[in-house]
Design a protein around this ligand. Sequence first.
Ligand code: 8Y4
Length: 282
Amino acid sequence: MPAGSQTVLDCGGKPLDLAQPRIMGVLNITPDSFSDGGDFFSPELAVERAQQMVEDGADIIDIGGESTRPGAATVTLEEELRRVIPVIETLRSSLTVPISIDTRKPEVMHAAVTAGAGLINDVNALQDEGALEVAAALNVPVCLMHMQGSPETMQDAPAYRDVVGEVIDFLKARVDACLGAGITRARILLDPGFGFGKTVEHNLQLLRHLDRLVARGLPVMVGLSRKSLIGKLLDLPIDQRLVPSITLAVVAVWQGAAIVRCHDVRETREAIRMCQAVRDIG
Ligand code: 8Y4
């Protein structure tokens, strides 16, 4: 049985049972997505997209209003709140599955959980000023992700002596910081942060040895969907990365990943359920 799989996460009252691998659907709320046809952002369209992902089998919806793609412009606090809070407020009652808030900012964590989010997904592993304390007080699970550098500069020249060891050591230190702030192990997930300050080779090594992170005993989340390592290895544009994305998700679940963050929910779910059936036959 994979480490962490005995866990049922309490996502602000909505349970997430990790006895089987789960699908997190990505809902990225940026100006180009979900416009009303003109220049205005339409929360209704974002809500419809979330509902579609749940119909397709998503177990949790990850809502983000700040692009963390390499080199992306930063977003003000006010703009991030304006994008995500109305969508979370609408979804809290209409969705049975938990909502995750993808943010680095403690103010957004607080507003989002108050509006109905049940998990904090922080690519900065609660290192922003005040984030640790706010997350501790909010009493929802937190996903701690590894990143080398910051989104603005992380892909400039990623370098490691031992990428797998260094990612694990970093996450261990962040778990200790969480424990010190009063966030218990039952509330912590770990993520190696594919694509965040990593070359193709670093990403491949991390995935090849994901079992070492799983062996830490906390549930592991992975995000590989459509990422640029696929573009670089296979020379494919973003809209043609479905099959390789699913292949990488299967490699992760085979080694015990608990949650797969992805864009193509139905297809990814079918693949990881087959993978799990073979894995768990014993
Ligand atoms: C194409 C598609 C190109 C997607 C780039 C991307 C992760 C995450 C992101 C992850 C966790 C992304 C918010 C980057 N990735 N959270 N967030 N783990 N926990 N890029 O791997 O999807 S955003």
